[in-house]
Design a protein. Structure first.
Length: 263
């Protein structure tokens, strides 16, 4: 496993793993200056795969003191091959059980990462937003799940009492890829399920509003929105602090000591 220093105290470590026979490679981000064990965050990339945006976001949340595992939902060698990416994304979208299993493989790896204390949340962007909401809809015992400019529609709505995670959805008011009808349907679905959920809509923001390097007009309906980016990060930071404080005595995933703590 290759380790790279990405900040004064932060490191990024390649982390190979598998979902059944499919080889995957995630990246583990940690701020090595933070002592002791800490909550873990599963970060799920957008439709392009584990790209620079996903890595930047993982670093961003690791800088808050969390152990962040940026997972790979596509498989080794898929990212960058447009036809294979579309095929994989379609298969995951159309088969929620497959989506959940692939995400659970990443959760299992996060639980093995050094220094995690068993409290886990999931954050996803675009396609990753759909992935973390699908995981929450399945009843996975996450402390929380955050969808940021993610897909809100689903073919398998949550059943009453099934959603155990607290939910935060951050949405751009001008997002043409997630129309208002989907926003309304999501709200009604979560009310029927009895979920603890909240939705923040950012005026003027389009799809992909956290992509600081998005070229204007390159992809219709996708644009960076600095206020939406900053405000969604602040909202997520506050949400994580709240849910992890409330789960201080709850450890649904195995506690994994760091090498120093275990010695």
């Amino acid at each position: 496993m290759e380790t790279e220093t990405i900040g004064v105290n932060a490191t990024a470590r390649d982390w190979p793993y598998r979902d059944l026979a499919t080889p995957l490679t995630g990246v583990l981000f940690r701020d090595e200056s933070v002592p002791g064990v800490r909550p873990g965050i599963l970060l799920v990339h957008g439709g392009a795969g584990l790209d620079e945006h996903a890595r930047e976001q993982a670093h961003r949340y690791a800088s808050l003191g969390y152990t962040v595992f940026a997972c790979d939902m596509l498989g080794d060698g898929v990212a960058g091959d447009r036809d294979r990416v579309i095929k994989c994304l379609t298969e995951l979208r159309d088969n929620p059980e497959f989506m959940v299993r692939r995400a659970q493989a990443a959760l299992a790896e996060l639980s093995r990462c050094p220094g995690t204390d068993g409290r886990v949340a999931a954050i996803g962007f675009c396609f990753g937003g759909l992935a973390v909401l699908t995981l929450a809809r399945s009843g996975e015992p996450l402390a929380g799940a955050v969808s940021i400019h993610g897909t809100l529609a689903t073919s398998s709505p949550a059943q009453p009492g099934q959603v155990r995670a607290r939910l935060l959805a951050c949405h751009g008011a001008e997002d043409p890829h997630v129309p208002l009808a989907d926003v309304t349907a999501f709200s009604e679905e979560m009310d029927r399920a009895g979920a603890d959920w909240q939705l923040i809509i950012y005026g003027g923001a389009m799809h992909g509003f956290t992509h600081a390097h998005a070229r204007p007009g390159a992809i219709p309906g996708v644009a960076y929105h600095q206020l939406g980016d900053n405000r969604s990060f602040a909202a997520t930071r506050g949400f994580l602090a709240e849910i992890f404080a409330d789960h201080a005595e709850s450890y649904p995933y195995p506690l994994t000591l760091s090498p120093a703590a275990a010695s």
